[in-house]
Design a protein around this ligand. Structure first.
Ligand code: B12
Ligand code: SF4
Ligand code: SF4
Length: 267
């Protein structure tokens, strides 16, 4: 079992190394818990077939987390734990073992609608229902090419992902923050200058975001997002930079810069 889990951990480490550092740490944590820590006697069974990962597999993790008793699915569609709030990674251990399920946690959203009201792109179709096409997280990280014009203003100055519907959640107010070094913000990457992001070229992008989930947005996506954020900043000092980007070889960047320029000139 131990050897098997080490093999699993090695495969998993290779796989998630391409993803984010945070997921990697969480995945490694899962694999080692299996081996050394909280695994029950049953989990140590020699016949057990086990596979673990974080955020890289094809099942909807929050559904299983709900039925495993980790927490409830909030109106913002994230899993919330009464003590930890929603600032957590969901990890998956798939196993051939028969396990006794915990009871699902009760829904503690009550009458609160803070997340629904705070979403700047109105991505919630209703409570517990998200239109991913409107979510800034999707637009800034996953969407390739141009971003639909009607979504751009709502993106504000977000250049990678969005946590607004979690920031406003009362269950996150007292949630403990991890001290693990792997999860601390990297120096120089907290509120980075928009010009720096927009001017960035291949080698600098790779060096600055080595092992970071930002790589998923790709250089083109990050520069496009920075151009849109400049347009939403209200800062006319970005006009010369945007004029230059209007000539960019990447049509999504050039078109986003032209949009941003029009917006700044109007304001
Ligand atoms: C695709 C995806 C996204 C998409 C869509 C998000 C969404 N809410 O669905 C986008 C890019 C928008 C996104 C954004 C974010 N994401 Co995301 N995302 C995922 C991912 C990879 C898959 C989720 C998915 O497939 N959704 C699409 C469909 C299937 O969802 P659905 O239609 O609502 O599904 C319902 C039904 O199909 C049915 N169902 C499906 N399967 C089953 C099975 C059974 C047995 C039953 C009964 C029902 C059932 O119930 C579902 C829930 O209602 C998961 C990881 C994973 N593999 O689960 C992370 C995950 C949900 N994301 C996560 C995070 C952190 C984020 C962001 C905060 C990132 C950021 N900072 O920008 C934002 C938050 C946005 C938000 N409010 O949800 C975390 C959430 C942690 C938590 N506490 O819940 C996850 C779990 C990753 C992880 N392992 O940590 N994400
Ligand atoms: S992550 Fe941002 S854009 Fe997406 S649903 Fe939450 S508040 Fe809206
Ligand atoms: S903000 Fe309110 S409604 Fe939204 S998930 Fe948190 S408790 Fe639930």
């Amino acid at each position: 079992m131990l050897r098997k889990l080490r093999e699993v951990e090695k495969r998993l480490t290779d796989a998630v190394a391409r993803e984010s550092e945070g997921n990697l740490v969480a995945s490694a944590g899962l694999a080692s818990t299996d081996v050394d820590g909280g695994a029950s006697e049953g989990m140590r069974s020699p016949e057990a077939r086990t596979w673990c990962y974080v955020d890289t597999g094809p099942i909807v993790e929050r559904v299983y987390a709900k039925y495993a008793g980790v927490g409830w699915i909030g109106k913002n569609t994230c899993v919330l734990n009464q003590k930890l709030g929603s600032w957590l990674f969901l990890g998956v251990v798939l196993t051939s073992l028969e396990l006794v399920a915990d009871l699902p946690a009760p829904d503690r959203c009550g009458t609160c609608t803070r997340c629904l009201d705070a979403c700047p792109t109105e991505a919630f179709v209703g409570p517990y229902q998200l239109d991913a096409n409107k979510c800034i997280s999707y637009l800034t990280i996953e969407k390739r090419g141009g971003i639909p014009e009607e979504m751009r203003e709502g993106m504000g100055r977000q250049v990678f992902g969005c946590d607004i519907c979690q920031d406003v959640c009362p269950w996150n107010r007292k949630a403990p923050a991890t001290q693990a070094s792997e999860f601390q913000p990297r120096a120089g990457l907290v509120n980075p200058a928009l010009e720096w992001l927009a001017e960035m070229q291949g080698e600098e992008f790779r060096a600055s975001f080595r092992g970071s989930p930002v790589r998923r947005a790709k250089l083109s996506g990050l520069r496009r997002n920075a151009a849109i954020a400049m347009g939403n900043s209200g800062k006319r000092e970005f006009i010369p930079t945007l004029e230059k980007f209007c000539q960019d070889d990447d049509s999504a960047i050039a078109e986003s810069a032209a949009w941003a320029l029009r917006k700044l000139r109007r304001e």
